[in-house]
Design a protein around this ligand. Structure first.
Ligand code: NAP
Length: 222
Protein backbone atom coordinates (compact mmCIF):
# COMPACT_ATOMS: atom_id res chain seq x y z
CA UNK A 1 0.00 0.00 0.00
CA UNK A 2 1.12 3.55 -0.61
CA UNK A 3 -0.26 7.04 -0.01
CA UNK A 4 -1.97 9.21 -2.64
CA UNK A 5 1.03 11.00 -4.16
CA UNK A 6 1.02 14.33 -5.95
CA UNK A 7 3.88 16.43 -7.25
CA UNK A 8 3.60 20.19 -7.02
CA UNK A 9 6.06 22.27 -9.01
CA UNK A 10 6.56 25.86 -10.10
CA UNK A 11 7.97 26.17 -13.60
CA UNK A 12 8.95 28.91 -16.00
CA UNK A 13 7.10 28.95 -19.32
CA UNK A 14 10.11 27.12 -20.83
CA UNK A 15 9.77 24.25 -18.34
CA UNK A 16 12.67 25.14 -16.02
CA UNK A 17 12.33 24.94 -12.25
CA UNK A 18 15.56 26.81 -11.47
CA UNK A 19 18.51 28.18 -13.41
CA UNK A 20 21.74 26.38 -14.30
CA UNK A 21 23.38 27.60 -11.08
CA UNK A 22 20.53 25.78 -9.28
CA UNK A 23 19.81 28.93 -7.34
CA UNK A 24 16.24 29.13 -6.04
CA UNK A 25 14.28 31.60 -8.15
CA UNK A 26 10.97 33.28 -7.48
CA UNK A 27 8.70 31.60 -10.02
CA UNK A 28 5.39 31.56 -8.11
CA UNK A 29 3.06 34.49 -7.56
CA UNK A 30 1.83 35.32 -4.06
CA UNK A 31 -1.52 33.74 -4.99
CA UNK A 32 0.30 30.53 -5.88
CA UNK A 33 2.36 30.53 -2.69
CA UNK A 34 -0.92 30.69 -0.76
CA UNK A 35 -2.21 27.69 -2.73
CA UNK A 36 1.01 25.77 -2.01
CA UNK A 37 0.68 26.52 1.70
CA UNK A 38 -2.89 25.15 1.61
CA UNK A 39 -1.69 22.00 -0.16
CA UNK A 40 0.98 21.52 2.50
CA UNK A 41 -1.58 21.97 5.26
CA UNK A 42 -3.81 19.29 3.72
CA UNK A 43 -0.94 16.78 3.36
CA UNK A 44 0.27 14.22 5.87
CA UNK A 45 3.86 14.44 4.64
CA UNK A 46 6.00 16.47 2.24
CA UNK A 47 8.89 14.88 0.34
CA UNK A 48 11.96 16.39 -1.34
CA UNK A 49 15.20 15.06 -2.81
CA UNK A 50 18.57 15.85 -1.26
CA UNK A 51 19.44 17.99 -4.32
CA UNK A 52 16.68 20.41 -3.32
CA UNK A 53 17.81 20.49 0.31
CA UNK A 54 21.39 21.25 -0.76
CA UNK A 55 20.43 24.00 -3.20
CA UNK A 56 17.39 25.63 -1.56
CA UNK A 57 17.57 24.69 2.14
CA UNK A 58 13.75 24.68 2.46
CA UNK A 59 11.99 24.37 5.82
CA UNK A 60 8.84 22.86 4.26
CA UNK A 61 6.55 24.05 7.02
CA UNK A 62 3.05 25.50 6.81
CA UNK A 63 3.50 29.27 6.81
CA UNK A 64 -0.03 30.40 7.72
CA UNK A 65 -0.85 30.49 11.48
CA UNK A 66 -4.50 29.90 10.62
CA UNK A 67 -3.71 26.75 8.60
CA UNK A 68 -1.49 25.40 11.40
CA UNK A 69 -4.32 26.05 13.88
CA UNK A 70 -6.73 24.27 11.54
CA UNK A 71 -4.46 21.21 11.57
CA UNK A 72 -4.31 21.25 15.37
CA UNK A 73 -8.13 21.48 15.55
CA UNK A 74 -8.20 18.36 13.34
CA UNK A 75 -6.02 16.56 15.89
CA UNK A 76 -2.87 16.74 13.72
CA UNK A 77 0.62 18.11 14.29
CA UNK A 78 0.88 21.78 13.20
CA UNK A 79 3.13 20.76 10.29
CA UNK A 80 3.20 17.64 8.11
CA UNK A 81 6.07 15.14 8.40
CA UNK A 82 9.04 16.12 6.21
CA UNK A 83 10.75 13.39 4.19
CA UNK A 84 14.18 13.74 2.56
CA UNK A 85 15.35 11.18 -0.02
CA UNK A 86 19.10 11.07 0.55
CA UNK A 87 20.93 7.81 -0.35
CA UNK A 88 24.32 8.74 1.03
CA UNK A 89 23.06 10.82 3.96
CA UNK A 90 24.60 14.04 2.66
CA UNK A 91 22.11 16.25 4.50
CA UNK A 92 23.85 19.07 6.44
CA UNK A 93 23.22 18.86 10.18
CA UNK A 94 22.18 22.52 10.13
CA UNK A 95 19.64 22.08 7.30
CA UNK A 96 16.40 23.95 8.06
CA UNK A 97 14.44 20.79 7.34
CA UNK A 98 16.00 19.26 10.48
CA UNK A 99 14.76 22.03 12.79
CA UNK A 100 12.26 21.19 15.52
CA UNK A 101 9.16 22.65 13.87
CA UNK A 102 8.12 19.24 12.49
CA UNK A 103 9.09 15.59 12.43
CA UNK A 104 11.61 14.68 9.74
CA UNK A 105 12.36 11.32 8.17
CA UNK A 106 15.61 10.97 6.23
CA UNK A 107 15.43 8.00 3.84
CA UNK A 108 18.85 6.59 3.02
CA UNK A 109 20.25 3.54 1.22
CA UNK A 110 22.88 1.02 2.22
CA UNK A 111 25.44 3.45 0.72
CA UNK A 112 24.80 5.92 3.54
CA UNK A 113 27.52 7.32 5.74
CA UNK A 114 26.55 5.45 8.91
CA UNK A 115 28.44 7.76 11.27
CA UNK A 116 26.25 10.57 9.93
CA UNK A 117 23.15 8.38 10.27
CA UNK A 118 23.98 7.91 13.94
CA UNK A 119 24.45 11.65 14.42
CA UNK A 120 21.03 12.29 12.93
CA UNK A 121 19.43 9.62 15.12
CA UNK A 122 21.09 11.24 18.14
CA UNK A 123 19.36 14.53 17.38
CA UNK A 124 15.98 12.80 17.04
CA UNK A 125 15.69 12.42 13.28
CA UNK A 126 13.93 9.27 12.05
CA UNK A 127 16.00 7.27 9.59
CA UNK A 128 14.55 4.83 7.08
CA UNK A 129 17.05 2.57 5.31
CA UNK A 130 16.08 0.86 2.02
CA UNK A 131 17.84 0.26 -1.28
CA UNK A 132 21.36 -0.83 -2.21
CA UNK A 133 22.54 2.27 -4.04
CA UNK A 134 19.64 4.72 -4.31
CA UNK A 135 16.73 4.88 -1.89
CA UNK A 136 14.13 2.22 -2.68
CA UNK A 137 11.18 4.54 -3.30
CA UNK A 138 8.53 1.80 -3.30
CA UNK A 139 9.70 0.58 0.11
CA UNK A 140 9.69 4.18 1.33
CA UNK A 141 6.08 4.65 0.18
CA UNK A 142 5.10 1.47 2.02
CA UNK A 143 6.83 2.66 5.16
CA UNK A 144 5.11 6.06 4.99
CA UNK A 145 1.74 4.39 4.54
CA UNK A 146 2.41 2.20 7.59
CA UNK A 147 3.23 5.38 9.53
CA UNK A 148 -0.22 6.73 8.70
CA UNK A 149 0.66 8.91 5.72
CA UNK A 150 -2.29 8.87 3.32
CA UNK A 151 -1.56 12.04 1.33
CA UNK A 152 2.00 12.77 0.26
CA UNK A 153 3.03 16.04 -1.40
CA UNK A 154 6.25 15.95 -3.42
CA UNK A 155 8.04 19.28 -3.81
CA UNK A 156 10.82 18.21 -6.18
CA UNK A 157 13.29 18.46 -7.48
CA UNK A 158 13.74 17.39 -11.06
CA UNK A 159 15.48 14.06 -10.37
CA UNK A 160 13.15 12.89 -7.63
CA UNK A 161 10.12 13.82 -9.77
CA UNK A 162 11.57 11.68 -12.59
CA UNK A 163 12.35 8.71 -10.33
CA UNK A 164 8.86 8.69 -8.79
CA UNK A 165 7.19 8.90 -12.21
CA UNK A 166 9.45 6.16 -13.55
CA UNK A 167 8.46 3.89 -10.66
CA UNK A 168 4.79 4.67 -11.26
CA UNK A 169 4.41 6.16 -7.80
CA UNK A 170 2.61 9.39 -8.72
CA UNK A 171 -1.14 9.97 -9.00
CA UNK A 172 -1.33 13.66 -9.95
CA UNK A 173 1.00 16.50 -10.92
CA UNK A 174 0.26 20.20 -10.50
CA UNK A 175 2.38 22.61 -12.51
CA UNK A 176 2.22 26.34 -11.93
CA UNK A 177 3.70 28.23 -14.88
CA UNK A 178 5.01 31.60 -13.73
CA UNK A 179 5.30 34.44 -16.22
CA UNK A 180 9.06 34.05 -16.80
CA UNK A 181 11.47 32.32 -19.16
CA UNK A 182 14.68 31.03 -17.56
CA UNK A 183 16.52 29.29 -20.40
CA UNK A 184 19.71 27.24 -20.10
CA UNK A 185 20.23 23.71 -21.34
CA UNK A 186 21.59 22.66 -17.95
CA UNK A 187 18.84 24.27 -15.89
CA UNK A 188 16.70 21.65 -14.10
CA UNK A 189 13.32 20.99 -15.68
CA UNK A 190 10.07 19.70 -14.18
CA UNK A 191 11.30 16.15 -14.86
CA UNK A 192 14.98 15.39 -15.55
CA UNK A 193 16.64 11.96 -15.58
CA UNK A 194 16.55 10.18 -18.94
CA UNK A 195 13.60 10.08 -21.34
CA UNK A 196 10.99 7.43 -20.63
CA UNK A 197 10.77 4.56 -23.15
CA UNK A 198 7.16 5.55 -23.65
CA UNK A 199 5.95 9.06 -22.69
CA UNK A 200 3.68 9.07 -19.66
CA UNK A 201 0.12 10.01 -20.67
CA UNK A 202 -1.78 12.56 -18.61
CA UNK A 203 -5.38 13.68 -18.27
CA UNK A 204 -5.97 17.40 -17.77
CA UNK A 205 -8.10 17.74 -14.63
CA UNK A 206 -8.02 21.50 -14.15
CA UNK A 207 -6.51 24.84 -15.06
CA UNK A 208 -6.89 28.41 -13.87
CA UNK A 209 -5.20 31.78 -14.10
CA UNK A 210 -3.53 32.50 -10.77
CA UNK A 211 -1.72 35.82 -10.31
CA UNK A 212 0.29 36.43 -13.46
CA UNK A 213 0.68 32.71 -14.20
CA UNK A 214 -1.40 29.62 -14.86
CA UNK A 215 -2.00 26.55 -12.71
CA UNK A 216 -2.45 23.27 -14.56
CA UNK A 217 -3.51 20.02 -12.88
CA UNK A 218 -2.93 16.61 -14.42
CA UNK A 219 -3.81 13.03 -13.52
CA UNK A 220 -1.31 10.33 -14.42
CA UNK A 221 -2.93 7.70 -16.64
CA UNK A 222 -1.75 4.15 -16.12
P1 NAP B 1 16.40 16.45 -6.25
O1 NAP B 1 15.46 15.87 -7.22
O2 NAP B 1 15.87 17.31 -5.17
O3 NAP B 1 17.24 15.29 -5.52
C1 NAP B 1 17.79 14.27 -6.33
C2 NAP B 1 18.69 13.39 -5.51
O4 NAP B 1 17.93 12.52 -4.69
C3 NAP B 1 19.51 12.48 -6.35
O5 NAP B 1 20.60 13.13 -6.95
C4 NAP B 1 19.93 11.42 -5.35
O6 NAP B 1 21.09 11.87 -4.66
C5 NAP B 1 18.74 11.41 -4.38
N1 NAP B 1 18.04 10.16 -4.50
C6 NAP B 1 18.01 9.17 -3.56
N2 NAP B 1 17.34 8.11 -3.97
C7 NAP B 1 16.89 8.41 -5.20
C8 NAP B 1 16.13 7.67 -6.13
N3 NAP B 1 15.64 6.45 -5.89
N4 NAP B 1 15.89 8.23 -7.31
C9 NAP B 1 16.33 9.48 -7.58
N5 NAP B 1 17.05 10.23 -6.73
C10 NAP B 1 17.33 9.69 -5.54
O7 NAP B 1 17.58 17.24 -6.97
P2 NAP B 1 17.72 17.96 -8.39
O8 NAP B 1 17.23 17.13 -9.51
O9 NAP B 1 19.11 18.46 -8.44
O10 NAP B 1 16.75 19.20 -8.27
C11 NAP B 1 17.11 20.32 -7.49
C12 NAP B 1 16.77 21.58 -8.25
O11 NAP B 1 15.36 21.66 -8.36
C13 NAP B 1 17.24 22.83 -7.54
O12 NAP B 1 17.76 23.74 -8.48
C14 NAP B 1 15.97 23.39 -6.93
O13 NAP B 1 16.00 24.81 -6.82
C15 NAP B 1 14.94 22.95 -7.93
N6 NAP B 1 13.59 22.84 -7.35
C16 NAP B 1 12.60 23.61 -7.90
C17 NAP B 1 11.31 23.49 -7.44
C18 NAP B 1 10.20 24.29 -8.06
O14 NAP B 1 9.01 23.99 -7.81
N7 NAP B 1 10.48 25.29 -8.86
C19 NAP B 1 11.01 22.60 -6.40
C20 NAP B 1 12.06 21.84 -5.87
C21 NAP B 1 13.34 21.97 -6.37
P3 NAP B 1 21.92 10.79 -3.79
O15 NAP B 1 22.32 9.72 -4.75
O16 NAP B 1 23.04 11.52 -3.21
O17 NAP B 1 20.96 10.29 -2.78
Amino acid sequence: MRPFVFINVASSVDGKISNEKRIQLRISSKEDLKRVDELRAKSDAIMVGIGTVLSDDPSLTVKSDELRRMRIREGKEPNPIRVVVDSKCRIPLNAKILDFSAKTIVAVSEKADFAKVKKLRDIGVDIFIAGKDKVDLKALMNYLYDRGVRVLMVEGGATLNWALLKENLVDEIYVYYGNIIIGGVKAPTIVDGVSFDRPIKLELIGFEKLGEGILTKWRILR
